[in-house]
Design a protein around this ligand. Structure first.
Ligand SMILES: [Zn+2]
Length: 590
């Protein structure tokens, strides 16, 4: 070894490893992103590259590595190939002995248009970092440079990653978490810019439809103002709303400085559908505090390789769902009547799901990975969504705090305290700490409340909590009661498919299963359309013969009809509500 090489080597050992990604898409119709990774100043004999198996905000192991193909590695200096091997489903290992500068090339198939996957076609490219990039274990905290190469000059790149001024379409992510938390949209989209509280905001809309951008921006501004007012300011420098218009897609994914929204392209003229869209905006925007910064302990530091378990999704998602009904009301996008109708719809949904008597809320949250995100025909029998029940528990908590403190305190104070104690500092909270904050705002020991409504399946006592606000829950029975069979049927390809069989219902007891094809009642053909009318010909307690194909075998089963349950529930005013009750309601819902 000569003196000069010795000096050079001691210099390089001190030089920081650099990570650079280039994302190209020369043939968009192939749905293949072409990714080049350059690692410079690498000093080890092996380079480990791991692809996340999930992305924060969407609690399902999606195995993003399944879309990786054509993986090759080479020495950047002389372009000689480097050997590599896979050591697990998401882990590639490159042999890098005496090779400080490595180039890795791979393609990622991207033809899934959802907010949490990648999509590339002739009109645009959209990607989530977790579904496109490897992390290098030990270097997760290191800054990553990214260059996007659009296929055509008229394709624009939009993202909240910090742009490098001197290099076109080149950005810096301060660490891997930021790369994952910052989706990128490339293509031809409508881009709108507006300011709220002096901070720049953008709305990018990809796709055609009947969205009125001017109206959306006006209402979004109001939502931003209401939420900023709740938390006391906006904790970001800039924010991007990325909206994909699609056939029937629906979804949102929250990020710290942006959100991705997917909505039916013609879902904006109808008032109800428009309100639902603004609720989606309010929901994802609320998450920039609640879940992106106010994080359960298990999500304080993401483990991208496996499930991250928490019992607190009911707060992160359920409380956010409660606020996505309240915020548009406070922003005057809809009125009190619409707000109460939204709660009524959710109460109806909740009280018609038998799984609420089986799965406690904390368990629903913990098992998100295998249950809420992996629903099947039996799901309503043995699970309850932490979005839905979490929203209704949040409703009860808000009413409890408001009633006790004459509306001088509310769940808003809980959110602010969670923000000040955990979110602002980005320290994860434990379930005990969350309970302690709620108890301190309520000024009350809530261990009994938490035990019953979070950890067991005790029925939620809506009326007791609604009463101080002059409201009650009214069950609406069908005008002509239909004896209950306990099944839901849907027409598919001219077949009447049984989609759901309620546990312990007459049909379940008789041996009818989801997937069975319904053919006849008492020997006469029946369809999903005629079923309800046909059942009206019988009385509760009658036994009827139901003919089905059960695993392709013709069967006729005896089913004893039972009484039907109320079909819907509604929040209604208590007659002769006192002025205190009326004042409470106004303090709560304006
Ligand atoms: Zn959410």
């Amino acid at each position: 070894m000569t003196e000069t090489t010795a000096i050079r080597q001691s210099f390089t050992t001190k030089t920081k490893t650099e990570i650079f990604y280039q994302v190209a898409m020369p043939q968009p119709n192939s749905h293949l992103f072409e990714v080049t990774l350059k690692v410079s100043n690498w000093q080890q004999e092996k380079l480990d590259l791991k692809m996340p198996v999930w992305t924060p905000g969407s609690y399902l192991v999606r195995e993003y590595a399944k879309n990786v193909q054509d993986f090759v590695a080479e020495n950047s200096s002389n372009r000689k190939p480097l050997s590599s091997q896979k050591t697990s489903k998401n882990h590639w290992q490159v042999d890098t002995k005496n090779c400080p500068n490595i180039t890795v090339k791979y393609r990622v198939f991207a033809n899934e248009l959802t907010v949490r996957t990648n999509h590339l076609d002739a009109t645009h490219g959209y990607f989530n970092g977790a579904a496109l990039f490897f992390f290098i274990p030990g270097l997760e905290e290191q800054a990553i440079k990214i260059k996007i190469v659009p296929p055509q000059p008229d394709w624009q790149v939009i993202t909240t990653l910090d742009a490098l001024n001197n290099e076109e379409n080149t950005f810096i992510a301060k660490d891997f978490d930021t790369l994952v938390d910052t989706p990128v949209e490339i293509g031809i989209h409508q881009l709108y810019e507006f300011k709220v509280l002096d901070k720049p905001h953008q709305l990018a809309i990809w796709g055609e439809g009947n969205a009125d951008a001017k109206q959306i921006i006006a209402d979004t501004q109001k939502i931003i103002e209401v939420e900023a007012d709740l938390y006391g300011g906006l904790p970001y420098d800039k924010y991007l709303f990325l909206l994909h218009l699609s056939g029937s897609g629906y979804g949102g994914l929250e990020h710290k400085d942006s959100c991705s929204l997917n909505y039916p392209r013609f879902g904006f003229k109808n008032k109800d559908k428009y309100n639902r869209f603004m609720q989606l905006v309010a929901h994802e925007f609320f998450h920039l505090w609640n879940v992106k910064r106010i994080r359960p302990l298990a999500l304080e530091k993401f483990d991208y390789e496996r499930e991250n378990y928490t019992t607190s999704h009911w707060f992160s998602e359920g409380t956010t769902s409660y606020y996505d009904i309240l915020i548009p009301l406070r922003a005057k996008i809809y009125n009190r009547k619409t707000c109460l109708e939204n709660f009524s719809k959710d109460l109806t949904k909740y009280l018609n799901i038998p799984g609420r008597n089986i799965q406690p809320l904390a368990e629903s949250s913990f098992d998100a990975w295998i249950k809420l995100y992996r629903r099947d025909a039996n799901s309503d029998n043995n699970q309850i969504s932490y979005y839905l029940k979490g929203e209704l528990v949040s409703l009860l908590l808000d009413l409890l705090i408001r009633a006790k403190h004459n509306n001088k305190r509310s769940l808003d104070d809980v959110m602010v305290r969670m923000w000040e104690e955990f979110g602002r500092k980005e320290i994860g909270f434990s379930p005990e700490q969350l309970q302690a904050v709620i108890e301190s705002v309520a000024a009350e020991d809530l261990s009994d409340f938490f035990y019953k409504y979070i950890y067991t399946t005790a029925e939620l006592p809506f009326d007791a909590y609604l009463e101080p606000f002059g409201l009650k829950l009214k069950a609406t029975a069908q005008e002509e009661p239909v004896p209950n069979l306990g099944i839901k049927v849907q027409s598919e390809n001219s077949q009447e498919v049984i989609k759901f069989v309620e546990a312990n219902s007459p049909s379940a007891i008789a041996g009818i299963d989801p997937g069975d094809i319904l053919l006849a009642i008492n020997g006469f053909r029946v369809t999903s359309e005629s079923l309800s009318d046909r059942l009206k010909d019988y009385q509760v307690g009658d036994t009827i013969r139901v003919t089905v194909f059960h695993q392709d075998e013709l069967k006729t089963l005896s089913v004893r009809l039972e009484a039907s349950q109320p079909s819907s529930y509604e929040l209604v005013s208590i007659e002769n509500a006192s002025s205190t009750q009326q004042q409470n309601l106004s303090a709560w819902l304006g």
